[in-house]
Design a protein around this ligand. Structure first.
Ligand SMILES: Cc1cc2nc3c(=O)[nH]c(=O)nc-3n(C[C@H](O)[C@H](O)[C@H](O)COP(=O)(O)OP(=O)(O)OC[C@H]3O[C@@H](n4cnc5c(N)ncnc54)[C@H](O)[C@@H]3O)c2cc1C
Length: 237
């Protein structure tokens, strides 16, 4: 680890599937960020950016990671244990943050792309605000990949202004047995839900986060109709 970088200790790790993990880390330095931003962590000199799931008021930094089997960093992160230490860049970065100008916040994510939206919603509720409506569309191949489904379903029962729509893209597979929800790629249902909730471009900000192909398709569908689309691509195709 480069000696000049601050450290962050792994406080908790929760495996969701073999390929998805939530980790909570505690930086040794005061670490400030805006909900929606990312931090850059590293191990043995390999560093990558990760959107922060937690809200700035929380004690630890929560991250939701997907294993890229041929990748440089994630296979190493799959080996770390509670108490191990990562490097962390001292400042959070990014402009994929909550924009309060639009009353309708339409959030589209693939798998780990849900991370910044959880941060935005947790922070919004923590601040006691309630003048926006959040529509969270979450796509994954399999139902066991919706890490924050319980949290979002609970919030949507408690708050009229939080609407959660998970969708699986491989409904016919055994792993999705019993699935009752939407059964298409998330980019294929955006227009249906904008229409269903009568969300016009003037009052609605669309956020898209995660898979670059999903983001490009959402932009193609919505920008020409006048919607502003804010994007965070997790990798390049
Ligand atoms: C702003 C930002 C925020 C990010 N936030 C998250 C996050 O919250 N959670 C998360 O898991 N990742 C996130 N990423 C991706 C992350 O930074 C790494 O790219 C990823 O973890 C792979 O790192 P690696 O070193 O294992 O693979 P690398 O050696 O960097 O990559 C190997 C190859 O896989 C591609 N790739 C990277 N990620 C994926 C993926 N998920 N699926 C398919 N191919 C991929 C790369 O483009 C590259 O071609 C974010 C990226 C950016 C730019």
């Amino acid at each position: 680890m480069p000696p000049e970088l601050p450290k962050a200790k792994i406080a908790e790790r929760i495996f969701l599937t073999n390929d998805l993990i939530i980790i909570k880390i505690k930086p040794e330095i005061p670490f400030t960020f805006k909900h929606g931003q990312y931090c850059t962590i590293g191990l043995e000199g390999v560093e990558r950016p990760y959107s922060i799931v937690s809200s700035p008021h929380e004690e630890s930094l929560e991250l939701f990671l997907e294993l890229v089997p041929e990748g440089e960093l994630t296979p190493k992160l799959w080996q770390v244990k509670v108490g191990d230490v990562l490097s962390i860049r001292p400042s959070a970065k990014g402009v994929f943050t909550f924009d309060d100008k639009y009353p309708n916040q339409f959030m589209v994510a693939t798998v780990t792309g849900i991370a910044p939206f959880i941060s935005m919603i947790r922070n919004y509720l923590y601040r006691g605000l309630d003048s926006h409506t959040f529509y969270v569309l979450h796509g994954a191949s399999y139902q066991d990949e919706f890490a924050y489904k319980d949290e979002l379903e609970k919030l949507s029962r408690e708050h009229e202004n939080i609407i959660y729509i998970p969708t699986v893209s491989r409904p016919e597979e055994e792993r999705n047995k019993g699935w009752q929800g939407e059964k298409l790629r998330v980019n294929l249902i955006v227009e249906k839900y904008l229409k269903k909730f009568s969300l016009d471009p003037k009052s609605t900000l669309v956020y898209a986060c995660g898979h670059p192909g999903m983001i490009e398709d959402v932009k193609q569908r919505l920008v020409s109709k006048g919607y502003k689309v804010k994007e965070e691509k997790f990798w390049r195709e």
